[in-house]
Design a protein around this ligand. Structure first.
Ligand code: ADP
Ligand code: 5GP
Length: 190
């Protein structure tokens, strides 16, 4: 059984900027390693299996649920599953690194409840729902139908912010990245 380490959780509604901030932190803090989630959605753009996600079939996902391979999982969008594999967290801790997550709001709170003080849970807050919609549309990765689904979920998820350890405002991206770097560095030093 590998020794337990720390966890950094970035959650937010889709489009708030968490992937951008997490990717920035990975270039700046060598003690972090990204938790690659498993998902049943197809890869988009230049996403790679084993780098961005483990892209697996629904059958394989359900099999892993049955075998209790997930620390948490969600049907984040109707018919599309995402989950964190226990093995992934243990692999990263065995490398002597802290795990950083880019995960939906319910999944983030689930991990925080499970790992307590070993976890820092950060909610990335966009300036407004309108700006969030603009960012998500501007990213250009989702169909009109998928965008509507993401907007509807985002509106509900914004209400979860107070349940996190920290609310990180993402108005100006550079400011948010620098603040995130400070918060994470301080937590890792504790
Ligand atoms: P999430 O991972 O939360 O879904 P992304 O990191 O993919 O969000 O960001 C959504 C879009 O918004 C991307 O196109 C990203 O470049 C852009 N973006 C992120 N932060 C900002 C910001 N502070 N100002 C303007 N655009 C931003
Ligand atoms: P996307 O399809 O944009 O990559 O991700 C959709 C949503 O699923 C995002 O909010 C993302 O953070 C979340 N997500 C990614 N991996 C996981 C995971 O392992 N568990 C949960 N609960 N959500 C995840």
């Amino acid at each position: 059984m590998p020794e337990e380490g720390k966890l950094i959780i970035f959650s937010a509604p889709s489009g708030a900027g968490k992937t951008t901030i997490v990717q920035y932190l990975l270039t700046k803090i060598p003690d972090l390693e990204f938790s690659i989630s498993a998902t049943t959605r197809p890869a988009r753009g230049d996403e790679k299996h084993g780098k961005d996600y483990y892209f697996i079939s629904k059958e394989e996902f359900l099999h892993k649920i049955a075998k209790k391979h997930f620390v948490e999982f969600e049907e984040v969008y109707s018919g599309t599953f995402y989950g964190t594999l226990r093995e992934e967290i243990e692999r990263i801790w065995a490398n002597g690194k802290a795990v950083i997550f880019d995960i939906d709001v319910e999944g983030g709170l689930h991990l925080k409840r499970k790992y307590g003080e070993a976890a820092l849970a950060i909610f990335v807050q966009p300036p407004s729902l309108e700006v969030l919609k603009e960012r998500l549309t501007g990213r250009g990765t989702d169909s009109k139908e998928k965008l509507q689904e993401r907007f509807a979920k985002a509106e509900k998820e914004l209400n979860y912010a107070p349940q996190f350890d920290i609310i990180l405002k993402n108005h100006d991206l550079q400011t948010a990245c620098i603040e995130a770097e400070q918060l994470v560095s301080d937590f890792l030093r504790k």
